[in-house]
Design a protein around this ligand. Structure first.
Ligand code: GLV
Ligand code: GLV
Length: 322
């Protein structure tokens, strides 16, 4: 019998899959940039024992039904809203993600986005490059202070805590809202637990870090934006689906809130005719939270290790359920 077959849904560096190739027949989609076509993904899954997937792949019931040998889906992300977990469980497939290794990197990016939005860095860069800088002026590109302001973190998992830790360096007051209390963050970082509405009404910066689930879908809607302070700045680096983008657009346009820094969108890639991108006060990034060379390599190593373990009958390092 040949080696068990593993399919990787994006081109990743060869040296990072050598260990997999020792034991398995490994094939990858031959593109770094484009999503594997659905039909090809289904065809490859039909005889795969393991899949290494991206957050851009929909791993759903239809796929599980057609993949009788499949034992493990290793998602190259901490989020796994692209995977139907009920269907995976029904078909006895282990699903793994890549938490921890990306925590600090994603917190760095989120803080960079917060600073860039508050201090209008992208506008300022464009201004210089477009040769609009004719003199120094007292209020030229004046933004909002970050230091000593109040940050409200919605979704206090490990990335939320790492953001809070960075906020202590800026001497910010830290509020958070989460399903459960985080005593360590309260004790060590001085984070204060508040209701969702209190957080919205008291924070200068509202940072969304909550995963996308049926409960969190569209939780940042018209009412939520109305409850925010005048001058509030909204930052999202979790999933676009937690935001009603039309409501966000209107809140920004009507001046209910001041600015938004967004690393994620409901439909990615966002196109430049999207209304949000017409606003100067929106800083938009192409979903790069964990995108450092070091961290992407660690994520790939963790995902391949999870595949090897599950196929060897061991427990995955980071399964998404028990
Ligand atoms: C990226 O968004 C991730 O979930 O890792
Ligand atoms: C600004 O550059 C200042 O000197 O105040």
């Amino acid at each position: 019998m040949g080696k068990p077959y593993i399919f990787i849904t994006r081109k990743i560096p060869n040296h990072l899959v050598e260990k997999l190739r020792d034991q398995y027949e490994v094939e990858m989609w031959d593109s770094e940039e484009t999503v594997v076509p659905r039909e090809l993904l289904l065809e490859k899954s039909r005889h795969a024992y393991g899949l290494l997937t991206m957050l851009t792949d929909s791993i759903d019931q239809e796929l599980f039904q057609q993949a009788p040998n499949l034992k493990v889906v290793a998602n190259l992300a901490v989020g796994y809203d692209n995977i139907d977990l009920d269907a995976a469980q029904k078909h006895n497939v282990v699903v793994t993600n890549t938490p921890d290794v990306l925590t600090d990197t994603t917190a760095d990016l989120t803080f960079a986005l917060l600073l860039a939005t508050a201090r209008r860095i992208p506008e300022a860069v464009d201004y210089v490059k477009a040769d609009q800088w004719t003199s120094w002026a007292p209020y030229m590109l004046a933004g909002s202070d970050v230091h000593h302001k109040t940050i409200g973190i919605v979704g206090m998992g490990s990335i939320g805590e790492a953001i809070a830790k960075r906020a202590t360096g800026f001497e910010m007051e830290i509020l958070y809202h989460n399903r459960s209390r985080k005593e360590k963050a309260e004790r060590e970082l001085g984070a204060k637990y508040v209701s969702f509405n209190e957080l919205l009404s008291q924070s200068d910066f509202i940072v969304c870090m909550t995963p996308l689930t049926p409960e969190t879908k569209d939780m940042f809607n018209k009412e939520a934006f109305k409850n925010m302070k005048d001058g509030a700045i909204f930052i999202n680096s979790s999933r676009g689906g937690v935001v009603n983008e039309q409501d966000l657009y209107e809140a920004l346009k009507d001046g209910d809130i001041k600015a938004a820094g967004l690393d994620v969108f409901k439909n990615e890639p966002i196109r430049n005719d999207h209304p949000l991108l017409s606003l100067d006060q929106v800083v938009a990034l192409p979903h790069i939270g964990s995108a450092s060379l070091e961290t992407r390599t660690e994520m790939i190593k963790l995902a391949t290790e999870n595949i090897i373990r599950v196929l060897n009958g061991e427990t995955a390092l980071t399964p998404v359920y028990g």
